[in-house]
Design a protein around this ligand. Structure first.
Ligand code: HSE
Length: 438
């Protein structure tokens, strides 16, 4: 039953950067709509930020630079953590949970790497730790997995889950722009992490995939088992060759559950141009989910940026406001964090996965080169699906090969033999190919 006389939900925001300030603004801009939908007003009563700008916090009764003062403020019911990083964010969240306050965080690194401890603390104190905004920005993928798809056994997820990386690959492909130039633009637009290596080396996507795989499969959170490869070795040449072969290169997070064996991996991936994910461009994210009852569903939208991420933070605040309006002190147990993880699942090492592969090999243009390369692949039991070799423009030439499905360990053996051929220069560029459901 909705109470018309609900006492307002009082929130404190720690960290007033892109996401924190976006949240403050959104709560103000959409206040009327939000309280109409929740039956309860939401008041920001305290803000803690490293550099206090009085203009930004003018409407907030208490403000300062100490997040622990905010946690200790008896007026604050809910702590929003939008500081990012490991410390003091971890201690702030832990303290707030121990004090019996609900916490909402946008911090994917903390959830992926220290979530087990934080969820245990939340459970012990009968409060929630929510993190919708930690994965895929504005896309409500956590709610989709946990609520909308709760009836399904989920067999796979594949997603573009780093806006900066997708923005860079899109621009490199469409406008032949240099990597550094596009990255600088993403930083200026507030998409990139404080350390952009997290975006381009795949760490940010791996944090998000670890969280999604945990919810989808019941896999215990274990970031170290998520295979992580970034986009820094992708060249405009690879994008052009992939296009000729009928593919786009996307930086994907892929999680698959086969019996009790899971694959959890982030890497650049060739996907057919006919697939929906191939058309998700710019800062947009998308996640394709395969459930045994529903089939394939895809969720897409902005994966980064102030307003989009604030939309997800505020959705979590609204859950708590609705709970308050209903007269309960906390949402149902299933929303306290994920439930008991399964203990029978293992994550396959990357050497044990099977995939098709794109290989770009720089060779001297000499008689018999192709035969030597194909013989290395044949020795490893790998057959070839397609080959491209262009006329030479310098001493060396690129040979591009698309293989059939092979075990990664076998491919590694073949690559070692090919790289040791005297006609081959440098490292081979290897990109996995994925066949997705849609
Ligand atoms: N740096 C992240 C991205 C922000 O580009 O997707 C959202 O998590």
């Amino acid at each position: 039953m909705i109470s018309n006389s609900c006492i307002p939900l009082k929130v404190g925001i720690c960290g007033l950067g892109t996401v924190g300030f976006g949240t403050l603004q959104l709560l103000k801009t959409n206040a009327e709509e939000i309280s109409r939908r929740t039956g309860c007003e939401i008041h920001v009563v305290h803000v803690a930020t490293r550099t206090l700008d009085q203009k930004k916090v003018a409407s907030v009764p208490a403000s300062g630079t100490d997040p622990f003062a905010l946690v200790n403020d008896p007026d604050v019911d809910v702590v929003i953590e939008t500081m990012g990083g490991f410390e003091p964010a971890f201690s702030v969240i832990k303290k707030a949970l121990e004090k019996g306050k609900h916490v909402i965080t946008a911090n994917k690194a903390l959830i992926a790497e220290h979530g087990n401890e934080l969820f245990a603390t939340a459970r012990a104190n009968n409060v929630t730790l929510s993190f919708e905004s930690a994965v895929a920005g504005g896309i409500p993928i956590i709610k989709a997995l946990r609520e909308g798809l709760a009836a399904n056994k989920i067999s796979s997820l594949a997603g573009i889950i780093n806006g900066t990386g997708n923005f860079i690959l899109t621009e490199m492909g469409a406008n032949k722009r240099q990597f550094d130039d596009v990255l600088a633009e993403a930083q200026a637009l507030g998409y990139a992490e404080a350390d952009p290596k997290f975006d381009v080396e795949g760490i940010d996507a791996a944090h998000k995939l670890t969280i999604m795989a945990s919810i989808a499969f019941g896999l215990p959170l274990d970031f170290n088992k998520t295979y992580t490869e970034g986009i820094s070795k992708i060249t405009p040449e690879d994008i052009i060759y992939a296009d000729e072969l009928g593919y786009k290169i996307k930086h994907l997070g892929i999680a698959v559950l086969n019996g009790t064996q899971a694959e959890v991996r982030v890497h650049p991936t060739l996907i057919s141009k006919s697939q929906l994910l191939a058309h998700v461009n710019g800062v947009d994210n998308a996640v394709l989910v395969e459930g045994n009852a529903v089939g394939s569903t895809m969720y897409t939208g902005p994966g980064a940026g102030a307003d989009a991420t604030a939309s997800a933070v505020v959705a979590d605040i609204i859950d708590l406001a609705r709970t308050k309006a209903s007269g309960a002190d906390r949402p149902p147990i299933a929303m306290l964090g994920y439930l008991e993880p399964r203990s029978d699942l293992t994550v396959l090492p990357i050497e044990d996965i099977r995939s098709e592969y794109y290989l770009r090999i720089l060779v001297d243009d000499k008689l018999g080169v192709m035969a030597k390369i194909t013989s290395c692949l044949q020795d490893a039991g790998i057959s070839i699906e397609a080959v491209i070799q262009k006329e030479r423009v310098s001493q060396t030439v690129s040979i591009v090969i698309l293989t059939d499905t092979a075990l990664e360990a076998d491919l590694n053996k073949a690559l070692t033999s090919i790289e040791s051929l005297d006609v081959v220069s440098g490292k081979i560029n290897r990109i996995r190919v994925a066949s997705l459901a849609k």
